[in-house]
Design a protein around this ligand. Structure first.
Ligand SMILES: Cc1ncc(COP(=O)(O)O)c(C=O)c1O
Length: 319
């Protein structure tokens, strides 16, 4: 099985590292949307599958099950299709229609929950459905993106190591958080190479990861309604909470100022960087890195749609 998986390896990682215009800092980004399946999430997906196959936990009769409404499901679906094994994503009604159609092309079965959990979101209901599916599905394997050490290792040895090999000195890294796998793996690797680096976690208002009060959120890919076990592995210096309004503005600014068409989590991170450095002066410009976790195409009907944004603003649900 591993040979099938490795036939896709050259399409993952070694993403372009580009320098961006900025007045106060030397700003860099890594175009993670150029990975196979269009996002950074294929890195942990590949590493989890590879490690689990090596340990004999996944074999040709396995069915992989995961709760994801987005990039991780598409990454797993892409890899499982190449492996020739079954994959069942557990999704919810908030999934955007583009992602849902991609998933329906990648897998025979998509499991959709419809009931909200006690935080008014769907994550807890999705995780409960995963547990039910694991009981009734023969040879089921749960990738558990929120608490699988292999997800963290995938980022440590993948993205984290690539960044560490690219810079002699790096002063700041800004990373969006959801399952916290990216920040856990990348922060650990970067702190080894650059002991003085500042790791800034960017979360969204209404996400409970760092203790904010839960509220309904509209932009996927950032925030969570649980505290992911992966967070324990992360080495974080500062946390910023960005409103969804600022995340949308951040996406439009990325397009205007940097000509990069990015997804909502990247817009949040870009907004965080602008806020963080506003009014600060340095004798020597610091080096600052963030990633473009996915691109803007799945968000054309939301973040990049004026009517959708105005509708949510009029309902006073977008903060
Ligand atoms: C677009 C995007 N950005 C950022 C993240 C956050 O990464 P992590 O789940 O590793 O915290 C995700 C996770 O799904 C994502 O899809």
């Amino acid at each position: 099985m591993l040979d099938k998986l490795y036939s896709l390896k050259h399409l993952i990682g070694n993403t372009p590292l580009v320098s961006l215009a900025h007045d106060q800092v030397n700003l860099f980004t890594k175009l993670e949307y150029q990975n196979l399946s269009g996002s950074v999430k294929v890195r942990p997906a590949f590493y989890i599958l590879e490690s689990s196959i090596k340990r004999g936990e996944i074999h040709e009769h396995s069915t992989v099950i995961e709760s994801s409404s987005g990039n991780f499901a598409i990454a797993l679906g892409t890899l499982c299709k190449r492996l020739g094994i079954k994959f069942i994503p557990v999704i919810d009604p908030n999934i955007n229609s583009i992602y849902e159609n991609v998933l329906l092309s990648l897998t025979d079965r998509v499991e959709k929950v419809t009931e909200r959990d006690e935080t008014n979101g769907f994550l807890l209901t999705r995780l409960q459905r995963v547990q039910e599916m694991l009981k009734i599905t023969p040879e089921a394997f749960w990738t558990n993106q929120y608490g699988n050490p292999d997800a963290v290792s995938g980022h440590y040895y993948g993205l984290g190591d690539e960044i560490a090999r690219s810079f002699d000195q790096l002063d700041y890294v800004f990373l969006g958080v959801s399952s916290c796998g990216t920040i856990a793996g990348v922060s650990r690797r970067l702190k080894e190479k650059y002991p003085n680096i500042k790791v800034v976690a960017v979360d969204t208002e209404g996400s409970v990861i760092f203790g904010d009060k839960p509220r309904k959120r509209f932009i996927p890919g950032i925030g969570a309604s649980i505290v992911p076990p992966n967070l324990q592995e992360a080495q974080i210096d500062e946390v910023m909470h960005i409103s969804e309004t600022d995340a949308i503005d951040g996406c439009h600014q990325m397009l205007e100022q940097q000509s990069l068409f990015v997804g909502g989590s990247t817009g949040s991170v870009y907004a965080a960087i602008q806020n963080y450095f506003k009014g600060r002066t340095f004798t020597k410009k610091p080096s600052v890195l963030f990633i473009c976790a996915d691109n803007g195409t799945p968000y054309v009907n939301t973040v990049y749609n004026r009517e959708w944004v105005n509708m949510l603003r009029e309902q006073h649900v977008l903060i």
